[in-house]
Design a protein around this ligand. Structure first.
Ligand code: GEK
Length: 247
């Protein structure tokens, strides 16, 4: 069987008018997460697949690969499929208990020689060591902006020479004109995927306090500041982008 996260429930969390609270990764979100992320993030499947391929390319024997903010383990599964080096293990971390529980259950359904250790934990507290690959697929955006550099410094320190950070982020346009252009294109993408105006606007309200986006230039400068010498954007569609930063 081809390993991928099955779409379970359809995301209708914001379909009815409500007093919108800050978004949390709770049981309700876990139920519909695969549908939500596929209908909301252009190129999600491409990014997950390619991150797996890149992990296969950058994995080193006797090392750890991390999936930080793993949700249901899509990137973990993709990386695991592509690792052909000896004695590698994947450490997958998320701070949502319902996500971790479902991720563990899901991974049990597939056999592999590569061990996976799924842990409930905060990215801010995690110890990165002996790493050949660190993947963050749309999770740095949930770390407060002032803490992002510290997280990246820790990742850089824990990566082996030649190791890679695989970083996907929702980005902000470099000025208001460019940002609004990207936002409009993204909202159109969501409309085409069946989200109503009410759903789009209530979701926007729900995440505005918990997810703050940086401009691409901010990401690239920060990666360079922490020491990454080779950073390449390999995917962008509207305001969603994926980069590789090599130590
Ligand atoms: C995928 N990577 O499917 N520590 C640990 N986990 C966190 C933290 C934190 N401080 N903050 C948020 N999370 C996945 C998709 S989703 C992206 C990642 C999205 C977790 C949070 O619980 C959630 O599971 C994940 O990061 C973000 O490839 O929903 O836009």
């Amino acid at each position: 069987m081809y390993e991928s996260i099955k779409v379970t429930g359809k995301d209708s969390i914001y379909a009815t008018e409500q007093r919108v609270k800050d978004f949390t990764f709770d049981e309700n979100v876990v139920e519909v997460f695969p549908d939500m992320i596929q209908r909301s993030v252009p190129g999600y499947a491409t990014m997950v697949n390619t991150m797996g391929k890149l992990a296969g390319q950058f994995a080193q024997s006797n090392s750890n690969l991390y999936d930080l903010g793993c949700s249901l383990g899509a990137v973990t599964l993709s990386m695991r499929r592509n690792i052909d080096k000896e004695n590698c293990q994947i450490i997958a971390i998320d701070n949502s208990a319902p996500m971790v529980e479902r991720c563990q259950l899901h991974l049990k359904g597939f056999k592999s020689d590569v061990p996976v250790n799924v842990q409930l934990g905060d990215i801010n507290d995690v110890n990165i060591e002996n790493a050949s690959v660190v993947a963050m697929n749309f999770t740095l955006q949930f770390i407060p902006q002032e803490q992002r550099k510290v997280v990246l410094e820790k990742i850089y320190a824990g990566l082996k020479p030649g190791g890679a950070l695989l970083l996907s982020e929702k980005i902000k346009g470099e000025n208001d004109v460019r940002d609004n252009l990207l936002i409009d294109l993204h909202h159109d993408f969501k409309r085409q995927n069946g989200y109503s105006e009410l759903e789009i606007s209530q979701k926007r309200t729900a995440i505005e306090n918990i997810m703050r986006t940086d401009a691409l230039s901010t990401h690239l400068n920060r990666l360079s500041d922490v020491g990454f010498s080779n950073t390449q954007v390999w995917y962008q569609c509207f305001n969603f982008c994926s980069m590789i930063a090599i130590k």
